[in-house]
Design a protein around this ligand. Structure first.
Ligand code: CP3
Length: 343
């Protein structure tokens, strides 16, 4: 179907656009009272993820309420470990918890390679969303990067250090690569399923990129992201590797279209490391949205000025936090649209 607003896709391919497209990581849920209303009627987050009609509804909410230039399918990166055989729960105020973790060859042997059938509820949510979006804006599909998923599968929960996962890389690199391979194959199946169902672009979230030193990052993470980028041929691929400062040059050399920057990555320096070809995404400090409206606007303009008008998708440097005001997020979005269309 023809998209009425395809700014994001044109910018991702490096084409000129009338203005800078904008969306916000973690825009679906968290900050919208309309989301919390739907969520409060259910047993929890996982039920919402697994109910396609409701997942579609909360996916579209930020398009209607905030005016973003793309929807991102409401799901979680942790559906992959679940489909591979490690179910999780979402503990109120604490985050994800896995009852089993991957410790040895026996655990690894029991893991399945996920396919689109095991994630049919996400594929169905994409079908419903596409129908209801009716071509208004593109739909972003996503998955976690294999390294970030490895962190949760080995650790079993969130962590500041992910020391069990990091220990595994040093004590059993061969085993680590086998697990990363299995996650990568699952992720490729999953993303291909999302694209077949109608996702117009996909983002790979490497939220825990920043805890690895550069040499290990290239070997245990970027290699697998690169494999994914090579396998997804029909739509643009965005790679967001939070904190991967030392690996920006190598990220610039893989077969992706867009590189996401976090808020500590200097824009000019990142452009010179990544090179002129790729589109950059980001990167205002999310905490700016705690400031007054005037500051939100002036910081947004500063960001736009540094990226310039071409080859940029405006976003925050990481997701919005749950206690942020929707009006501040909208102020950021409106200012990107207004200011960049005057450039
Ligand atoms: O962008 C979007 O809004 C689409 C949906 C989306 C969610 N999670 C929904 C969600 C996306 C893209 C994610 C990605 C995700 N999930 C990441 C990568 C991005 C990042 O922030 O670094 C990670 C690391 C996770 C794992 C995860 N999911 C954690 C640690 C938690 C608990 C803490 C938190 O972030 O709220 C979740 C839960 C989660 N995922 C919620 C939502 C809306 C909150 C659940 C609730 O409503 O109670």
């Amino acid at each position: 179907m023809e998209l009425k607003n395809d700014l994001l896709l044109r910018a991702a391919r490096g084409e000129k656009t009338e203005r800078t497209p904008v969306w916000v990581m973690r825009q679906a849920g968290r900050i919208l009272k309309e989301y919390l209303e739907i969520r409060s009627k259910l047993s929890g987050f996982i039920e919402l993820v697994q109910t396609p009609e409701l997942a579609a509804e909360v996916t579209i909410q930020p398009v209607d309420i905030l005016g973003v230039d793309a929807a991102i399918i409401f799901s979680d990166i942790l559906v992959i470990p679940e489909a591979m055989g490690l179910p999780y729960t979402m503990e109120e105020g604490k985050g994800p918890l896995f009852s089993n973790t991957v410790k040895n060859e026996a655990d690894l042997g029991k893991l399945k390679i996920a396919d689109e059938d095991s994630l049919g509820y996400v594929i169905e949510a994409i079908n419903v969303t596409k129908k209801e979006l009716n071509g208004r804006v593109p739909l972003i599909g996503f998955a976690g990067a294999p390294w970030t998923i490895f962190c949760y599968m080995v650790e079993g929960k969130g962590s500041k250090t992910f020391s069990h996962a990091r220990k595994m890389l040093y004590t059993n690199p061969v085993f680590s690569h086998k697990l990363l391979d299995k996650i990568t194959d699952s992720t490729i199946n999953y993303l291909k399923g999302q694209v077949a169902a109608g996702a117009n672009i996909v983002q790979v979230f490497d939220s825990w990129a920043g805890i690895l030193p550069a040499g290990q990052y290239d070997d245990f993470s970027l290699k697998y992201i690169s494999k994914i980028a090579n396998a997804i041929t029909d739509v643009p691929v965005i790679v967001f590797a939070k904190g991967a400062y030392a690996s920006r040059k190598s990220i610039g050399s893989i077969n992706c279209d867009v590189v996401g920057l976090d808020w500590n990555m200097d824009i000019k320096e990142s452009r010179s490391l990544i090179g002129p070809d790729k589109t950059l995404q980001g990167n205002m400090d999310p905490a700016t949205l705690y400031a007054d409206f005037g500051t939100v606007k002036s910081e947004t303009r500063k960001m736009i000025d540094q990226f310039g008008k071409a080859k940029h998708i405006a976003n925050l440097g990481h997701g919005v936090y749950p206690d942020m005001e929707a009006d501040k997020v909208k102020c950021f979005i409106d200012e990107v649209k207004e200011y960049s269309s005057r450039l």
